[in-house]
Design a protein around this ligand. Structure first.
Ligand SMILES: C[S@@+](CC[C@H](N)C(=O)[O-])C[C@H]1O[C@@H](n2cnc3c(N)ncnc32)[C@H](O)[C@@H]1O
Length: 232
């Protein structure tokens, strides 16, 4: 899949104000309710434990719908994404006085060491970890360590759980459609992660790793989790 083209096209085809659909926070094609979004944002705020002196990096920030509210708790924040269409929406609809957006592929984040917001003490990736496999995921986390401070805390949010995949593909029709997409090379879901894989990567990099469930009322709680990785 060419994910950059996928997301640029999706933003171009949607209503400019349909922020939740742009970043795929939908259930059966409908944007999630406002209180579900607020619950997910509150969970990220609690797990990131952002203080006034923290410098936040949001990897794959999309249109900034999570970046903006979380940036309000930080000293400085940087959102990066490789979709120029997403970033146009972010700069227009989710700006902040201490928040900057930059077009960048996460494979290039080691280059962020010279930015004014670096070194980062809080790093998040929400709803995008499925785009990376074990090897790439490990490299991303290595690069995160190289541009971050000793008090680093990372939260990977909304990670698809390999062991709960059956809760997503929960009807024969959905399973058949998924298999057809995979066979055609157009699977828009990405990589389902095993928690053990994250524990192994984190351990190799000297990070602790803990998991939390999403708020129960959220549909995705049936097949996604959050992971918090802490340095030292
Ligand atoms: C499902 S959206 C989630 C956006 C946002 N984090 C949220 O939850 O609202 C996934 C985002 O990941 C970005 N993305 C995927 N692969 C990327 C990469 N290699 N480098 C930078 N951004 C990437 C896409 O452009 C898209 O904006």
């Amino acid at each position: 899949m060419d994910w950059k083209e996928f997301y640029d096209t999706r933003v171009a085809e949607l209503d400019p104000d349909d922020h939740l659909s742009q970043v795929g926070h939908t259930v059966h094609g409908q944007p999630i309710p406002e209180d579900h979004l607020l619950a997910l944002q509150a969970q990220m705020a609690a797990e990131l434990q952002i203080g006034h002196s923290d410098r936040l990096l949001d990897l794959c920030c999309g249109n900034g719908i999570f970046t903006r509210p979380l940036s309000e708790q930080a000293e400085a924040a940087l959102g990066v994404d490789f979709s120029s269409a997403m970033l146009s929406v972010a700069r227009r609809d989710f700006p902040g006085p201490n928040l900057r957006y930059e077009e960048l592929d996460v494979s290039d984040i080691a280059s962020l060491s010279d930015r004014p917001e670096a070194p980062f003490s809080r790093v998040m990736m929400y709803g995008a970890w499925q785009h990376f496999d074990l090897g790439v995921g490990q490299r991303i986390l290595e690069d995160v360590l190289s541009i971050s401070s000793d008090d680093l805390r990372i939260v990977l949010g909304f990670v698809p759980d390999f062991d709960l995949k059956h809760n997503f593909f929960d009807t024969p029709e959905r399973r058949a459609a998924h298999e057809a997409y995979v066979a055609a090379g157009t699977d828009a879901f990405g990589n389902w992660w095993k928690k053990d894989e994250l524990v192994t990567i984190a351990g190799d990099l000297g990070l602790t790793c803990e998991f939390t469930d999403l708020p129960a009322k959220v549909h995705a709680a049936r097949y996604r989790f959050n992971a918090t990785l802490v340095r030292g």
